[in-house]
Design a binder for this molecule. Sequence first.
Ligand code: HEM
Length: 460
Amino acid sequence: MDSIPPDHFLALSRLDGLLGSQEGGYDTSTLAAHDFDVDNRTGFMPPQAPPSRLPADWEPWELVLDGAIAESLQLGDKPGLTQAEMRRSESWRHGVRQLPVIPISGLIRSETNLRRAHLVLAWTMHFYIHSLPPDVPVVVPAPITIPLFQISTHLKLPPVLTYADTVLYNWTLKTPSNRPTPALDNLQSHTLFTGTNDEQVFYLSAARMELRGVEALELMRATMDEAFVGDDLAMQRITSFLERLATVIADLQALFATVRDGCDPTAFYNEIRPWFRGADSDPAKRTWAFEGLESDPTWSYPAELSGPSAGQSSLIHALDMFLGVDEFSHAPALTGSSASTKKSPFLARMQLYMPRHHRNFLNHLAANPRPLRAIVAGAGDAKLLGAYNGAVGALKRFRDYHMQIVTSYIIQPARRAAMQAQAASEPVEVEAPLRGTGGTELAKFLKAVRDRTAAAVIES
Ligand code: HEM
């Protein structure tokens, strides 16, 4: 928004501050506020690099994670795994089992330390599980289970690796800088499974999109302020905000494309993505057992154990909800129904993996009493309608592009792997139909979401 000159009509302040919020009215002032841990400079990403190390009492956790990286642990089902690699990984897992169960009481006063602890333990758990030989039962040792469950209870998150653990809270600055916001080209990922540039490029393309998304959040806030006023001038302003939103969504798509500059699809599919698997995508269909689960009677076996997916990014959910497209794109008839909520199970499920403040932000957005779509449909304003449809069209094109990426990074490598296995007369491990990290039948699901986004255009 800083490209708007200060004397432009869009930059003039409205009377909202003087008027205060109407009795029972909707207070839009907190849309991008601390309550939701949404920063007006960095959006869903924290404005400062997250802590890269826990305090000394929890150093043993940091050291086992360092150890996994230093040992270059390999996937337990990697073709051609050597005896030396197997021994190294078993020796590392032995070290994990020998850890003491470290109390977490000293961590709970710091949200950033709790996040770091979730990240360290969840990465360690994924290293532990996915370095196991595929024919060995999965048993997460108590020194990981107990603190991970305690921390997850505090953070209201599932005890598994999330998008926040791999993208939102997994970065540092390449070069120290005094800028108030990190520059898009000055980010580096902190923790990697493979140590490859491909993996880093994968996380950073999403991180850059989060930062570019800040302007979209600001446009949403400004639109909601104008919708509160609701006069002709407000409609003119909303029209320009929506035109601008379409260009931001196009920029998100362009930043998405940077994943192709350095993240090789075959490396992603064969070497990186398997580390993300949740309990619902174990190729050997093993159940994850959690040693120590019985130590707290309030715990039960987690209902949610999917792996990290950018489907957990609050940004795209927010765009969908703001434009009122979610009613179409994630309609219950499309992605399954849920009795108690209008949200589809997929959206609702992915929100369980988001930091809880961001989940609250989306709930706040969904409760907007002046939904944009209804305003546009009822305004009889051709320019406004055009701008709204332009933003919906940009989101549809984003989803087209997302499908192209999914084809390159999952569908085609899966086909190649199946053909190679067939040629070598090996048993083929490709599930039919192919499933996403969130457990969806991915091709069918993504195509339907894309088509329904297109169908959300309002006819004049
Ligand atoms: C190489 C990169 C990516 C791949 C291979 C990929 C793959 C997938 C897959 C397979 C799904 C199906 C749902 C499931 O997980 O079961 C999905 C859904 C989704 N992904 Fe991605 N994704 C990628 C990057 C991104 C990025 C960068 C974003 C946005 C920041 C994103 C946003 C979404 C959203 C919002 C959904 C839910 C469906 C929708 O609302 O359109 N994805 N993705």
